[in-house]
Design a protein around this ligand. Structure first.
Ligand code: GLN
Length: 290
């Protein structure tokens, strides 16, 4: 089989499985399987493939056709132009979450501290934490998650991106683990806390795409009946470990800005800002004390 027919047959099998962007995913799978940059896929369409190459790519396609997310099939994903290792069981970072990283980076840079002690809760693959560490290159970034697998992958991602020396990792459920972090790593509290919490209403999860519903960790998505239970329970605890001038940033669902702003105010964060994503939807809330 040549390259062009392989691309066609992968695309057809993904199409038949109802995969949302079969053409793009076929390109990405073939490029990953054959280790050819995506831009080079159409340069030599008649290239003959060995039976081993063909079966390797078709195995990847079969996994994707079961609606396993592309990033689990390839074992990697991109976030903030960095490469992250990915594995089933760990939440896949979304492009919208880059809005949280950008918004926090800008505001942290604007304050006068030379180096910062930061905390990323519900870190998953470490996308936010590692991106912040790569940006600031100094200070300390603590990354925490309830899933030991997530923390293991986050640590590997810190190593992969060369920032492990300024990071610490904690396994624990947001609230419970914070006490130990504060005692051991930063007695004075955190200058910045980020969190992409579970914020989808429990009943809504069943309506999501099969990739998310059947394969991504439910615990990373499920925010209880209202979707806001985790956020509400975390905020007072966050307030108690944030420095006086500290800043906190949460990712939120597009309809959640009003109730979450009220929760921020209740927890003592008088100054709040809502930041929109590239689709114009409310996506991030930033809070500080007055
Ligand atoms: N934005 C996510 C989604 O794709 C939800 C993320 C979350 O709960 N943190 O559904």
């Amino acid at each position: 089989m040549n390259l062009s027919s392989l691309l066609r047959s992968v695309r057809k099998s993904l199409e038949a499985a109802g995969v949302p962007s079969p053409g793009v995913d076929a390109d990405l799978l073939v490029s990953h399987g054959l280790k050819i940059p995506r831009s080079g896929l159409y340069l030599d369409p008649a290239r003959e493939l060995s039976p081993a190459e063909e079966s390797l790519v078709m195995d990847l396609a079969r996994e994707r056709a079961k609606r396993l997310p592309l990033q689990y099939v390839t074992g990697e994903c991109e976030f903030m132009s960095l490469t992250f290792k990915m594995k089933e069981g760990v939440f896949i970072p979304r492009p919208e979450t880059e809005v949280l990283v950008d918004a926090m980076t800008e505001r942290i840079e604007a304050d006068s501290l030379k180096s910062h002690v930061m905390l990323d809760l519900c870190t998953g693959s470490g996308a936010i934490a590692v991106s912040l560490a790569c940006h600031f290159k100094t200070g300390l970034v603590v990354a925490s998650d309830i899933s030991p697998l997530a923390v293991e992958i986050a640590r590997e991602n810190a190593i992969l991106n060369g920032v492990n020396d300024i990071m610490r990792f904690v396994v624990g459920d947001g609230v419970g683990s914070l006490g130990s972090i504060t005692r051991s790593d930063c007695e004075h509290g955190f200058d910045a806390i980020t969190c992409n919490p579970p914020y989808v209403g429990s009943a809504e999860i069943d309506e999501l795409d099969p990739e998310i519903r059947d394969h991504e960790p439910r615990i990373a998505l499920d925010g209880g009946d209202t979707g806001l239970e985790f956020i509400e329970s975390m905020l007072p605890r966050i307030a108690s470990i944030l420095t006086g001038r500290g800043i906190v940033g949460f990712e939120i669902g597009e309809t959640q800005a009003v109730p979450v702003e009220a929760m921020f105010k209740n927890a003592g964060f008088e100054m709040t800002e809502v930041v929109k994503d590239l689709n114009g939807k409310d996506r991030v809330i930033i809070g500080r004390r007055a």
